[in-house]
Design a binder for this molecule. Structure first.
Ligand SMILES: Nc1nc2c(ncn2[C@@H]2O[C@H](COP(=O)(O)OP(=O)(O)OP(=O)(O)O)[C@@H](O)[C@H]2O)c(=O)[nH]1
Ligand SMILES: [Mg+2]
Length: 417
């Protein structure tokens, strides 16, 4: 794995530079805004630093060539032992000095947390072998003792990462997959920050970047929000519509196809009034189609739909008809809104049912109501759909952000204690 920093005036510019040098296979590990050094910094000039990782060919990691940093291990080890510097020692792990410093900084607090926990677990375990010896009878125990192979520090650390994922409710299948795909150290003295960086990178790779709502190539872009009852579809539309109408000054219209409850339409109408954007209730797919036509000069049309049980086939058919009608006049994207609090098993059923009628991107709501975010990864991997937004509270328009894989992966590798 190569980890390297690139700079630019914007994130896109820095990523462009990274792609130029390393190709399209890069994964963004971290993005931050930094002040320029010297006078330029004083005058407020800022630039964006993007840390990217690139997976190297497996063969080159497992059986490194002479000129790779891993091959330089013995020399680096002795250099470190003789106090020649941590940078040389770190080249053991295949990270360059520059990149390792960077990744350490980014994951520092996370690693400290994990290491503390590792030490705590060891203290508890240290008492256990005595108890085992006390209870086991003489010869048998003595015979078995030499067979026991103590796990290395690295193995213990990998175990800890795995257990932390499970604690955060990552499905065992996916946790295993991530651990088995991550580069395992072949030398006992590989620093654990290499293991952490490798698992972290694998997890970010699993969350490929979502596009969110993109402008249409021609005419308005219609964004439809579907999902079970009460997950936060209407509230989420209000949050997103506010971003586009107020912050980006785009022409936005709101439609609701939720005609089952009067209060539901009124809820969105209220938000439309506050945002001073047009609002319409559409009772049939034909009306939806006409409304899209009517707002053809607009940039974005957000469509709210009725929440209902995903097992209600009749309503799912109605949804399909609505999508087809909208698609006649405009480009559209569908967002399946799911609550992060819903049980994994139910999320699987819901996402499968909606998959039968359309492709979608995911929005997870109510992150503020759970500390275990494993379901975001589980459902992302189960559906193959990308995650566009997460919401974390009832405040409109503040409690929403575009999905940030780096932040979520750090949370998935953090303990709740
Ligand atoms: N804690 C929390 N509550 C949220 C969030 N998003 C929405 N809610 C609340 O969840 C409740 C339901 O939100 P709605 O937006 O009406 O949900 P809906 O999916 O449109 O519901 P139906 O139209 O009945 O299917 C409201 O009380 C919202 O304030 C969130 O991110 N966190
Ligand atoms: Mg609603």
């Amino acid at each position: 794995m190569i980890i390297k920093k690139f700079f630019g005036k914007t994130e896109e510019e820095a990523l462009e530079a990274a792609k130029k040098e390393l190709g399209n296979g890069i994964v963004t590990m971290n993005v931050r805004t930094v002040k320029k050094k010297g006078l330029a910094g004083i005058f407020g000039s800022k630039r964006v630093e993007v840390t990217v990782a690139l997976e190297e060919e497996k063969e080159s990691l497992r059986s490194p060539r002479r000129e790779t940093p891993v091959q330089a291990a013995p020399a680096a080890q002795s250099a470190a032992a003789s106090g020649a510097g941590a940078a040389a020692a770190r080249s053991l792990s295949g990270l360059t000095a520059d990149s390792s410093r960077n990744i350490e900084k980014k994951l520092d607090s996370l690693q400290t947390l994990l290491v503390n926990r590792l030490q705590q677990e060891e203290t508890v375990k240290a008492e256990q072998p005595e108890r085992v010896q006390e209870s086991s009878s003489g010869e048998d125990a003595a015979e078995k003792e030499p067979e026991k192979k103590q796990p290395s520090e690295q193995e213990k650390f990998i175990r800890l990462l795995y257990n932390t994922m499970l604690e955060n409710e990552v499905d065992e299948k996916y946790a295993n997959q991530i651990i088995s795909e991550a580069d395992k150290p072949e030398k006992p003295d590989v620093p654990i920050d290499f293991i952490l960086a490798s698992v972290y990178q694998k997890m970010i790779l699993k969350f490929n970047k979502a596009d969110g709502i993109t402008p249409a190539s021609k005419g308005p872009k219609v964004a439809l929000f579907i999902g079970p009852t009460g997950v936060g579809k209407t509230t989420t539309i209000a949050k997103i519509a506010s971003r586009y109408a107020v912050d980006e000054k785009k022409k936005v219209a709101l439609l609701t196809a939720d005609t089952y409850r009067i209060a539901a339409a009124e809820q969105l109408r209220t938000y439309a009034n506050i945002l001073e954007v047009p609002f319409q209730v559409v009772y049939t797919p034909e009306e939806a189609s006409k409304a899209v036509e009517q707002f053809r000069e607009y940039d974005y049309i957000f469509v709210d739909t009725a929440g209902h049980s995903h097992q209600n086939e009749e309503k799912l058919d109605g949804m399909k008809a609505l999508l087809e009608a909208v698609g006649q006049h405009a480009e559209y994207q569908v967002f399946l809104v799911l609550s992060a609090v819903t049980k994994y098993r139910d999320l699987m059923k819901i996402s499968s049912c909606y998959r039968e009628i359309t492709d979608y991107q995911l929005i997870f709501t109510k992150l503020d109501e759970t500390s275990a975010l494993g379901n975001i990864l589980n459902i992302k991997l189960y559906t193959g759909a990308s995650v566009a937004y997460v919401t974390y509270g009832q405040n409109v328009p503040d409690d929403i952000e575009p999905f940030n894989p780096q932040k979520t992966v750090k949370q998935l590798l953090s303990t709740k204690h």
